[in-house]
Design a protein around this ligand. Sequence first.
Ligand SMILES: Cc1cc2nc3c(=O)[nH]c(=O)nc-3n(C[C@H](O)[C@H](O)[C@H](O)COP(=O)(O)OP(=O)(O)OC[C@H]3O[C@@H](n4cnc5c(N)ncnc54)[C@H](O)[C@@H]3O)c2cc1C
Length: 427
Amino acid sequence: MKNTIQSQDQVFWYLKRSAANVLREDVHADVAIIGGGMAGLTAAQAFLKKGKKVILLEAFYCGAGASGKSSGFITPNGELGISDFTHLFGKQAACTIWKRITSGMQHIKDNIDQYALDCEYMKQDSLYVASKQRDVKRLMGEHTALQEFGYASRYMQKNELQAVLGAHGYYGGITYPDTFGINAYAYCQAMKDILIQQGVAICEETPVLAVHQQSIDTLHAKVTADRIVVCADRFMPTLSMLKQQIYHVQTFILMSQPLTDAQIQMIFPHNNYMVWDTELVYNYYRLHGNRLLLGGGSVLNTYNTYETHNSRYMYNKLTRYFKKKFPQLTLQFEHIWPGLIGISKDIAPIMGADKENSSIYYIGAAAGLPVAASLALYAADHIVDGADDLKNYFSPYRAFPIGGVAQSLMGDKLSFAVSNVLKMDLI
Ligand SMILES: Cc1cc2nc3c(=O)[nH]c(=O)nc-3n(C[C@H](O)[C@H](O)[C@H](O)COP(=O)(O)OP(=O)(O)OC[C@H]3O[C@@H](n4cnc5c(N)ncnc54)[C@H](O)[C@@H]3O)c2cc1C
């Protein structure tokens, strides 16, 4: 049938959930963490390793936010590549930041190996492809920067690319190794169980209602803590935190029916890659088991206030993209879901202490699972051991392209859209 959605609007990952442990009694901890996504769970693990008594409070269930809806590309490129960090902060800083981000990736991989996590790990090299001839320059910039910093990267011209990806209409690509795909919802749920066994108190279905100096109000009980680490990402403004600094962008995922070996071979003749393109609102795809996960967005709904469910427009847009790139294949997509990613106005993450209450520390707008993990590891290194190698880059109170009165007049949606576009152009 033409022009109808033939997918159910449902996050493919949400197949099983364990019962929640709701916080019902007042409790004290050294560190209280708000949010059970990649940032919160990694922070809980990191503080526990440093000998702290940790409690994690999650409004719904671990992975309920962006982490558990994500496409699970574990690659150091979130919204920003190494060349973007170089433009923003200079070479030395980019090198430090990239090291931290790759350590976030390594942390995820180490957990998968050490605890044999059942999170559908798939080793997949990254493949960043140029949608237009003029975008090849951008790829070359990233390739050169990766090589300069000692990371493996290979540039492929159009004809070379066609040998490794059965797609039409890309003008070149760079690949790099040591990246992988996961079901990040399963990862969050599995890490929740591990951390509970190790002694972290994890309370799901326990929304935080208010945060004060060293105390937190939840629905049924109060938590007191020496440190409060807020890992609620795009939800922070609902707690009246960083309202001007954090908003969100929307992206959509389609999950296909299982593919035959022959169909997989038509997409990835040799290696199976995690692919994304250079469109302003980029498209991405990878194999998840034997299904194809296809994601992307549109300038029309990127900055929507709420998630757009049952979007026929996005179903048609993404399936058209797939058909254009792989005209030889006809796939049925069984699931579609939207997700909102926390983002700052200059696209770089946000991390640091509250300016009025130094017991509160923010981690947000990571715009990438490895980035979220790396910031959480850094937060523990910083708060417990005094590490300060990232202190100059991601302050919530840095200067942004638009803020203050201008933002109040323009509204958050427009302020973030304009700031992000300005920043993309500058990068
Ligand atoms: C569709 C989609 C695809 C993506 N694909 C990728 C990808 O392939 N690779 C990649 O690296 N990144 C991807 N991202 C981005 C990535 O998922 C996020 O940047 C990352 O997960 C952020 O992690 P986080 O822990 O900071 O936030 P979240 O995962 O959003 O966690 C925040 C948590 O806080 C909880 N919370 C909110 N308010 C409260 C409250 N009041 N009390 C208690 N808890 C609260 C939420 O329920 C949530 O669980 C994707 C995102 C989306 C939406």
